[in-house]
Design a protein around this ligand. Structure first.
Ligand code: IPD
Ligand code: CA
Length: 265
């Protein structure tokens, strides 16, 4: 099965999953628990949506493995497809009824993400990419922001759940804010990466993303022509994800590296 066929499956499953998330939000928020810290929440909907995705993928692709935010996953099977799933990215928004949360599903083959979809659960906007086939939102090809000046750029970012990390991130953002147009903290890394792919943000950076935050949105940003990296030539990963058009990537990388934005807790 090629990357376009995998993408087709991912889109079908994401559309149904986003419907479930939205419906459960409209009915009631139940079973709110916490994970890594007291502010890192999980709802019954996060679990129900992930279970629905796992079941839907297993029906279409028996034998593939799934890594999900809520239920984890088995180790990568040699040569097989691994699906990387965030059932609700933007869980705090979801909890508060803020309409900015999404389902993110990516297909990884041999350690490389080859297809990804992010479905905004309240607007229905759907961003997709398959490796080598560009990034799209409903028939519109995405090419990122044309911005060339960091000082005029609108940046997206986010903060982790652990207080030590948040303190470190606050120190970094305090130095970034005065030298850019403005900062947005919208609360869903997957949607932020899509916003950068579309040029609704000029660039995005965040320390501490998990695989499921990055997998689909990272491919969408890359296929839109953005450079998606860590700092100082390192690959994107838990220490840093910087997604920026080529003209902004160098200056933003230099700024963040100078602030040791990828260091610390
Ligand atoms: C979080 C969101 C948030 C980002 C955090 C993520 P969750 O994911 O993407 O925007 O700043 O780093 O953990 O908890 O809503 O799935
Ligand atoms: Ca997430």
């Amino acid at each position: 099965m090629n990357e376009l066929e995998l993408l087709d499956i991912a889109v079908q499953v994401a559309v149904e999953a986003a419907d479930t998330a939205r419906r459960m939000r409209n009915e009631a928020i139940t079973d709110v628990g916490t994970k890594s810290t007291v502010t890192d929440v999980v709802t019954a909907a996060d679990r129900a949506v992930e279970q629905q995705v796992i079941t839907a993928l297993a029906a279409r692709r028996p034998g593939d493995t799934v890594l999900g935010e809520e239920f984890g996953g088995a180790p990568v099977s040699g040569g097989g497809v691994r699906w990387i799933v965030d059932p609700i990215d933007g869980t705090v928004n979801y909890l508060y009824g803020l309409a900015y949360y999404a389902v993110s599903i990516a297909a990884e083959v041999d350690g490389e993400v080859v297809a990804g979809v992010v479905r905004h659960a309240t607007t229905g906007e759907t961003w997709t990419a398959a490796k080598g086939h560009g990034a799209w939102r409903e028939g519109v090809r995405l090419t990122g922001s044309p911005a060339t000046e960091l000082g005029l750029s609108l940046l997206g970012t986010g903060f982790g759940y652990a207080k030590e990390r948040r303190a470190q991130q606050a120190g970094v953002v305090a130095q970034v804010l005065p030298v850019v147009r403005d900062i947005r903290r919208m609360g869903s890394a997957a949607l932020d990466l899509c916003a950068a792919a579309e040029g609704r943000l000029d660039a995005y950076y965040e320390k501490g993303l998990a695989e499921w935050d990055l997998a689909a949105g990272g491919l969408i940003a890359r296929e839109a022509g953005l450079l998606v990296t860590g700092l100082s030539g390192r690959p994107a990963g838990p220490d840093m994800v910087l997604a920026a058009p080529p003209a902004l990537h160098g200056p933003l990388d230099a700024l963040l590296a100078g602030l040791d934005a990828d260091a610390g807790p």
